[in-house]
Ligand binder design. Structure first.
Ligand code: ZN
Ligand code: ZN
Length: 331
């Protein structure tokens, strides 16, 4: 597929989509735009996470009497299932786009592939090896542990748990809001870990992937994993259902991937291409001080850190950073 129909490359060969990023038309509600925006809220990603949570609920989550006791057996089993699921899901994108290079560098923001260069800043001088190890050693472990704790709390009726027959409409609303809850939680912890001390000791690890690949998604310091996956605990505080808590967890675990794919579109068939919604967070990895969230919630716009990919947003960012530098080092 001809990428130049959808964007341009600069002198260094970096790809920029022609379409600018947009804040969701909800603040205040722009009623005429909402119907056109709504499918992108659900498809393809959120439906996928909801379905994956449902599959887990039906096939892999043990019965309630087993969940009542926190034991290594079922928690380890869940960890292995998560390892397989992440291996397959992340691995599928990594294999197709970065190993098999099925579409070359078409639609790839940064024309270089991280696997082609070695760097001392990574374990074994490899971005991929460090990122895979961090994903499975810390990321999936903390994801599994937090999921197990929430299921254990539910089984012991600790929290405000409801059933679908008790509150079908309320629970449907909570399920629809999972993505917004995720973005609000993520925005808050992301701003927190960009404060100087936490950035240096915690979040800098995630930002080593300036040119991200799918394995960068959960390449974090374990403290960041803990803050990130803590979004599931909102369901112990709010009246909720464990299936929705599981969806929240899958939104965090599998949902880390879209921002880190490094490609704007994935080619499908001869002339088709799926939008990967990766550009907003790619710009965060490129410029650090923009797009702490993804535009679903309006905080970046509100606090002046929104970058929609335009030259104007670029100029505004540079002016803001220059002002910040002047304030730190007054002449
Ligand atoms: Zn990231
Ligand atoms: Zn960051």
């Amino acid at each position: 597929m001809d990428e130049s129909l959808h964007g341009t490359r600069d002198k260094r060969g970096h790809y920029k989509p022609g379409k600018l990023l947009k804040i969701a038309p909800l603040y205040p509600p722009q009623w005429r735009k909402i119907p056109a925006w709504l499918p992108s809220y659900f498809l393809p990603w959120n439906v996928f996470y909801a379905v994956s949570a449902f599959v887990y609920w039906v096939l892999f989550i043990p019965p309630v009497d087993v969940l009542q006791t926190l034991s290594l057996g079922w928690v380890l089993r869940l960890y292995i299932i998560n390892v397989i699921a992440v291996g397959l899901f992340y691995g599928a994108f990594e294999y197709r786009l970065f190993l098999a290079r099925a579409q070359g560098d078409r639609f790839k923001y940064n024309p270089r592939f991280p696997g082609d260069t070695q760097s001392r800043q990574f374990w074994f001088k490899s971005q991929n090896i460090e990122n895979v190890l961090r994903t499975f050693l810390y990321g999936v472990s903390i994801w599994t542990l937090f999921g197990a704790l929430v299921l254990w709390a539910w089984a012991n009726t600790w929290g405000n748990w409801l059933t679908f027959s008790e509150a079908p409409i309320y629970l449907a609303v909570i399920a629809v809001l999972v993505s917004m809850l995720h973005q609000t939680h993520f925005y808050a912890i992301h701003r927190l870990i960009h404060t100087p001390w936490l950035y240096k000791h915690v979040h800098a690890i995630h930002h080593k992937s300036v040119n991200p690949s799918p394995w960068s998604s959960l390449a974090m310091h374990p403290v960041e994993h803990a803050l990130y996956f803590a979004s599931v605990f909102w369901h112990v505080i709010l009246p909720s259902h464990p299936l929705i808590a599981l969806y929240q967890l899958h939104k965090a675990g599998f949902g880390a991937i879209p921002g880190h794919i490094g490609f704007d579109k994935m080619e499908v068939g001869e002339d088709g291409a799926v939008d990967l919604h990766a550009y907003g967070h790619y710009l965060h990895h490129k410029y650090f001080e923009v797009n702490y969230g993804d535009g679903l919630v309006p905080f970046d716009k509100l606090f002046g850190t929104w970058h929609d990919g335009s030259a104007e947003a670029d100029a505004a960012m540079r002016a803001r950073l220059a002002k910040m530098r002047r304030e730190v080092t007054p002449s």
